[in-house]
Write a protein that binds this ligand. Structure first.
Ligand SMILES: *Cc1c(COP(=O)(O)O)cnc(C)c1O
Length: 411
């Protein structure tokens, strides 16, 4: 393949960074195409995890001793890396969480005290369950109404409808930056701008976008932006919430506990300043530090190179897969990332996934935590191949041959 013009992108070298890519599954070389569920971890990040537990494992922000100081410094350094990466104005606008799901729940919980009956929350038809359920719970609690931006056959949001749904009752808009089920890149700039015109806040779920693009929260003028480390070459169990300072000050704390308080008496507790107000208890210290290392790693490769290379993989895989008769791709927006959701006519996606696994190919099958999207297409689920910058054209070929084989065996 014509590897993209940027010179620093060396796929052979990159693949060597990921030890797992050289393992076998069912006697076949692993072809890992489930990056939309979780990404693999490079040695540069694994080393940081080993170093933490080998050399300076300690609780942070508490001890006067050396280890605690070192751990605190590294943890706060990671917060600054995240701040810089997302271009937040202040480091204290970055709240460390256990991941996207917790970040969303934190904001939803906070809005519980700000919404009343008659208020409206707009979500998109392309949402992950983690971005639907917390809002339903919030609506039940507050009497607010949940309204959905519809999508079209290409898996794109119908922006004309969005404009009609906005009103002075709209208090919040929640949308993912990139759909995990279809790969559609949503026009979040326009969504944010229009929401702000009616005075609504916007939360963007960046879980699926952050492995592919580098969002600038100030340029976007987004109110909240959330992501998980494990989809961007970091460990599981850690993620971030960016919130504009004014919003974070307005929201009440999420959980009570140590670390989030300034003063405690039995009569009254005063809360700590940002970001600690939202960080009760001992956090995933090692995970946070490794998150910082993952961001360094991705930036070392460069998001422009990543996007260009993944786009080539997407185009190649789309073309090759569509050569298979009876194969249908769901999500055909021109503006999409390297996710291909597809089905073979008359064959259940699960059966295809099982055969692919026998061939060492890891894909996701099912509804991808996005049942409303599956309902729209009237299908039980899809087979989803999601590519990362460490995948190759040769792996696409293995997938295509595997799908052909599955089709032969199942018809
Ligand atoms: C993966 C994903 C989530 C959930 O992330 P967790 O890390 O499981 O909390 C939410 N939204 C989107 C779009 C996702 O892809």
């Amino acid at each position: 393949m014509k590897v993209n013009s940027s010179n620093n992108f060396n796929i052979d070298k990159i693949r060597k960074d990921f030890p797992i890519l050289s393992r076998k599954v069912n006697g076949k070389p692993l072809v890992y195409l489930d990056n939309g569920a979780t990404s693999q971890t490079p040695t540069q990040v694994i080393d940081v995890i080993v170093d933490y537990y080998s050399n300076y494992n300690a609780n942070i922000h508490r001890g006067v001793h050396t280890l605690s100081q070192e751990a605190t410094d590294k943890y706060e350094e990671a917060r600054h890396k995240i701040q810089k990466h997302f271009n937040a104005k202040h480091a204290h606008e970055i709240i460390m969480t256990s991941g996207t799901t917790e970040s969303i729940n934190l904001v939803a919980h906070g809005f519980g005290s700000l919404l009343t009956k008659g208020d409206e929350i707009i979500v998109s038809a392309l949402e992950h369950h983690s971005n639907i359920v917390p809002w339903q719970m919030l609506c039940e609690k507050t009497g607010a109404t949940l309204i959905v931006i519809p999508m079209n056959d290409a898996g794109e949001l119908v922006m004309g409808e969005y404009n009609n749904l906005l009103s002075e009752n709209t208090k919040l808009v929640f949308v993912n930056h990139i759909s995990n089920a279809l790969g559609t890149i949503n026009p979040i700039e326009e969504i944010i701008e229009k929401a702000h015109q009616v005075g609504a806040a916007v939360l963007v779920d960046g879980a699926q976008a952050c492995p592919h693009v580098k969002p600038d929260v100030q340029a976007l003028d987004v109110d909240f932006y959330v992501a998980s480390a494990h989809k961007m070459c970091g460990p599981t169990g850690v993620g971030m919430l960016y919130g504009k300072e004014a919003w974070l000050n307005k929201l009440p704390p999420y959980q009570g506990g140590g670390e989030m308080i300034a003063d405690v008496t039995f009569e009254k507790t005063t809360y700590a300043d940002l970001p600690h107000k939202f960080e009760a208890g001992t956090p995933n210290i090692c995970g946070g530090i490794a998150f910082g290392a993952a961001i360094d790693y991705l930036n070392g490769i460069g998001f422009e190179s990543i996007a260009a290379y993944e786009h080539e993989l997407l185009e190649y895989a789309t073309k090759k897969l569509l050569e298979i008769e009876g194969l249908k791709i769901y999500g055909t927006s021109k503006n999409k990332t390297s996710v291909i959701s597809f089905n073979l006519e008359g064959i259940h996606p699960y059966d295809v996934g099982t055969i692919l696994d026998k061939l060492g190919i890891a894909v996701r099958t099912g509804h991808h935590c996005a049942q409303p999207i599956m309902a729209y297409f009237k299908i039980p689920g899809t087979i989803r191949a999601s590519f990362a910058f460490y995948n190759t054209k040769e792996e696409v070929d293995v997938l295509v041959e595997g799908v052909k084989k599955a089709k032969m065996m199942l018809t």
